[in-house]
Design a protein around this ligand. Structure first.
Ligand SMILES: Cc1ncc(COP(=O)(O)O)c(C=O)c1O
Length: 391
């Protein structure tokens, strides 16, 4: 089979670009062939061989009929993995399946809030959270900005933004785009506020497998044992977003009751290839994941060292998790839409900070999950524009 991602030890920019431009994914399709893509959170790396083998085995058998074998193992395997990785003990019977993480989040919004209810987010925040709240008839976004100094969760800010109509906290930990991994103190304080105001907490932990050395992921549910829905999937760590398979651990009686009231097919179902790929990653993919994480940390560190020496005006906090870099470029005169200037003048596509909520205007988000030659080319193009516009 022809593989189209790039290898961890790739040495050639043109070889990598040829492979990536042959893919159908939005990352490399959205812009022209003269643009380097470092925006959407997809990795450019070749998929884990164990994942490809699992999918190939289904294809080789032509096993495309009704098939619940893989799907029925997901809850158990997720629970075992959480215990092994994070010491988090959960009942597999409380795990529900969704087609992707946002599917689960929008289901919670729809079932557990009403028009006019407020949902708290922690800006800067992954834009689909905002879109999901705004797209759920009449729900209101309540902004609880992270502290700018260190991107810390601030329970006093949370307390101050809650109104009687506030019903839910929608958070992600590790946090996209800042890469923060929240501490026990931060999570304890936030859980206390949620308890006091009877908020449902939807904790999106899809990045929990992608921590850099020195950080420890703490699942939120133990901090608020009866009011938390935890979303997860293998889509970030094993790059499976197109395969549509996610899990929700539902530690909230009201949510479980509402889900159980729904007609059997209204939420759709995980497909066989997504379930097989997820199981393969979770059960057999850890050696691949370890090598990938090592590469991602080296990419992060390489970006840090190049920014420090070549563009010290860029302000950022080195992420503790994710393969994303949230860069404040306000020291450069890039106009109202910095990512647009980088795209038109530098032919490099980073995510715009404008859609991440208040304060995002002067930021761009760079994805470093690619080969070293591509990362260097992305940095070269970005810094070329920045240094032309230094104030
Ligand atoms: C915090 C967060 N949640 C959810 C998603 C999307 O997950 P899915 O494709 O499973 O909906 C992403 C993708 O980058 C993300 O960063």
């Amino acid at each position: 089979m022809q593989r189209c991602g790039v290898a961890l030890d790739s040495g050639s920019l043109s070889h990598d670009l040829t492979r990536l431009r042959s893919l159908d994914g939005v990352k490399w399709r959205k812009h022209g062939d003269d643009v380097l893509a470092a925006w959407v959170a997809d990795m450019d790396l070749e998929p884990a061989p164990v994942v490809l083998d699992a999918i190939q085995a289904v294809i080789d058998r032509g096993d495309f009929g009704y098939n619940h074998v893989a799907r029925d193992q997901l809850g158990e395997v997720f629970a075992e993995r959480q215990h092994a990785k994070h010491g988090w003990s959960i009942d597999a019977g409380d795990v529900r399946l969704f087609c992707d993480v946002l599917h689960g989040i929008e289901t919670m919004l729809w079932l557990m809030t009403k028009p006019g209810d407020g949902v708290v987010v922690l800006p800067p925040i992954y834009p689909p959270f905002r879109n999901s709240i705004m797209g759920t008839a009449g729900r209101e976004i309540i902004e609880c900005p992270l502290d700018r100094d260190g991107w810390r969760l601030n329970a006093d800010t949370l307390e101050s933004v809650i109104t009687p109509r506030t019903k839910m906290l929608l958070m992600c930990n590790p946090h996209n785009p800042t890469g923060r991994v929240f501490s026990s103190e931060e999570l304890t304080a936030v859980a206390e506020v949620c308890e006091r105001h009877d908020l449902l907490v939807v904790s999106d932990e899809v990045w929990a497998d992608l921590l850099h050395p020195g950080s420890v992921h703490l699942p939120f549910q133990p901090f608020a044992p009866t009011r938390t829905v935890t979303m997860s999937s293998a889509s970030k760590s094993f790059s499976l977003a197109g395969l549509r398979c996610a899990v929700a651990h539902v530690a909230h009686d009201g949510v479980r009751a509402k889900l159980d009231e729904l007609p059997t097919h209204v939420l759709g179902a995980v497909n066989t290839l997504g379930a097989e790929a997820t199981l393969a990653g979770w059960l057999h993919g850890d050696p691949w994941l370890a090598a990938t994480k090592k590469h991602l940390t080296a990419q992060r560190d390489h970006l840090a060292s190049r920014l420090a020496s070549e563009a010290p005006g860029v302000v950022w906090q080195v992420p503790e998790a994710t393969y994303l870099a949230w860069l404040d470029v306000s020291a450069y005169d890039l106009g109202a839409e910095p990512s647009e200037t980088l795209l038109t003048e530098g032919k490099v596509a980073l995510s715009t900070g404008l859609t991440y909520g208040p304060g995002g205007e002067s930021f761009v988000r760079m994805n470093v999950a690619t080969s070293r030659p591509i990362l260097d080319a992305v940095i070269d193009r970005t810094l070329g524009v920045l240094n032309r516009y230094a104030r």
